[in-house]
Write a protein that binds this ligand. Structure first.
Ligand SMILES: *[C@@H]1O[C@H](CO)[C@@H](O)[C@H](O)[C@H]1NC(C)=O
Ligand SMILES: *[C@@H]1O[C@H](CO)[C@@H](O)[C@H](O)[C@H]1NC(C)=O
Ligand SMILES: *[C@@H]1O[C@H](CO)[C@@H](O)[C@H](O)[C@H]1NC(C)=O
Ligand SMILES: *[C@@H]1O[C@H](CO)[C@@H](O)[C@H](O)[C@H]1NC(C)=O
Ligand SMILES: CC(=O)N[C@H]1CO[C@H](CO)[C@@H](O)[C@@H]1O
Length: 430
């Protein structure tokens, strides 16, 4: 009898302690407890293939992430065959959610030869299968910075097709509604058409669940809401019908990093429209965006040294004063948002942006590519405004394949709106 009572109590306790799951309602994220959710995230990719299989390391990092005030991590590459149980429960215990990219170096959609096929979909499905089992999996990205040039828009239909098929798979397996979205590079020529394209159309099965932007425009204490261009980003989201957030941010010039943009993102002007931010990044490596280091840089030529000399595991040490500055910002920024029960979405999808002769080479009204379709530049070149679409596809095999392009960790550094981004800061394994 007593043991029954104890186990009942334990059952009740563990139910209470289980982390609330995240889903989308209208243009916001909510926890299953009915509270609006704002990401305070950190990009976390210690090693190229999968950082979520090293339980010792996850414990060391999760404890310190709690200290900085994070409630989310973003991981760009995982191996679906790995054992993620320990790391995921460690992060869950720390109140930290996972936003994970479904692609890898070999399965990512590529703007130079856009295609979306069954091999890619099956690889994405394996990641979904693995991570849907964890309550603290908050979202999936179908791509990171696939479009990185002003003329890269022809790849957009393939990204959208990937989200369509990933969502269909999630639903067919009766998994919970884990949000599926995209993380865009900050390319001013594509804005806001790309953002609107990903949400547009009457058929919600073909629209993304969320959109997110990697932006490094707010640099140091002399920047502000106007100078950074955040005011313009904001102007383009006030009627956006799906959640949007910064999937990478955190300019490093000038140093130290002061993260004043966080006050804007979580403040009254932006928090009605934006769902938070992910700071790039946790580990110090050659791009020097780290919030922690695992020890002194070593000579990359030394035996078994990491390629860039930066240790990739061990006890994390906060980088001063950046780590504390971020923590100080986040501590004061706790928008309550709205309760799900008090929120009735009223926004409708934006119109699909029309083909333009300069940068937006996609006619949003044309059907998405089907699985297996490949972009054909010959068809593209015959496009005339409004009568056909980039994203028009053929079923021929891709003529070129490239790996390693469009990879994570690429940033557009400190550019004002209206300037073409400069790509800097690659991960060491690129
Ligand atoms: C899909 O494209 C990849 C290259 O991205 C290729 O290696 C693979 O063979 C293709 N799969 C199918 C089924 O065509
Ligand atoms: C886009 O521009 C780049 C360089 O500006 C060029 O190499 C590439 O061929 C262009 N792509 C298309 C689809 O026109
Ligand atoms: C919506 O899109 C899905 C996926 O492409 C498709 O299966 C479905 O038929 C579409 N619904 C309508 C009403 O067109
Ligand atoms: C985006 O915002 C700019 C102002 O920053 C405005 O000129 C433009 O019309 C907006 N575009 C859309 C589609 O909302
Ligand atoms: C905004 C912020 O927290 N700034 C602090 C960052 O760290 C430096 C050095 O400790 C402080 O002087 C700033 O006040």
């Amino acid at each position: 009898m007593r043991s029954t009572i104890v186990s009942c109590l334990l059952g009740a306790i563990s139910t209470v302690n289980a982390i609330a799951t995240i889903s989308v309602k209208g243009s916001k994220f909510f926890t299953s407890d009915g509270d609006q959710f704002f990401l305070k995230g950190i990009a976390y990719q210690l090693v190229p293939e999968d950082p979520l299989v090293d339980s010792t390391q996850c414990k060391l990092d999760a404890a310190l992430m709690k200290e900085v005030g994070a409630n989310s991590i973003r991981v760009y590459h995982v191996d679906p065959d790995g054992d993620h149980k320990d790391c995921m429960s460690t992060f869950e215990d720390a109140g930290i959610y996972l936003w994970v990219d479904l692609d890898t170096f070999t399965t990512q959609i590529n703007q130079d030869s856009p295609h979306w096929n069954a091999t890619q979909l099956q690889a994405f499905e394996k990641v979904i299968d693995e991570f849907q089992q964890f309550d603290n999996t908050a979202g999936f990205f179908v791509g990171n910075e696939v479009l990185t040039t002003g003329n890269g828009s022809v790849a957009a239909p393939y990204v959208k097709a990937a989200a369509r098929d990933a969502k269909a798979y999630r639903n067919s397996k009766k998994y919970r509604d884990i949000p599926i979205g995209y993380s865009a590079a900050d390319i001013s020529e594509l804005r806001p058409m790309l953002q609107n394209y990903m949400a547009c159309g009457d058929n919600s099965s073909e629209a993304l669940d969320f959109f997110s932007l990697n932006a490094y425009e707010w640099c140091g204490p002399t920047s502000n809401y106007q100078i950074s261009g955040y005011s313009q980003l904001n102007a383009n989201v006030t009627h956006y019908n799906i959640p949007i957030f910064f999937s990478e941010t955190g300019c490093i010039k000038p140093r130290p990093r002061t993260f004043e943009d966080q006050a804007a993102i979580f403040g009254d002007q932006m928090n009605p429209y934006w769902s938070g931010a992910i700071i790039y990044e946790w580990i110090e490596e050659s791009n020097e965006y780290g919030l922690v280091s695992y020890g002194e840089k070593v000579d990359p030529a030394a035996v078994s040294a990491p390629p860039d000399g930066y240790p990739r595991s061990g006890t994390p040490t906060p980088i001063s004063p950046d780590f504390d500055n971020l923590s100080d910002q986040w501590k004061t920024l706790t928008p309550s948002g709205v309760k799900a029960s008090a929120y009735t979405p009223s926004l409708t999808p934006p119109p699909c942006p029309a083909y333009t002769s300069d940068f937006w080479d996609v006619n949003g009204g044309v059907a998405l590519p089907t699985l297996g379709q490949t972009f054909d530049a010959a068809i593209q070149s015959s496009i005339t405004k409004g009568t056909a679409a980039a994203g028009t596809a053929t079923t021929s095999a891709p003529t070129t394949t490239k790996t390693g392009g469009g990879s994570p960790g690429r940033e557009v550094q400190g550019m004002g709106i209206g300037l073409v981004g400069v790509l800097v800061g690659f991960f060491w394994w690129m």
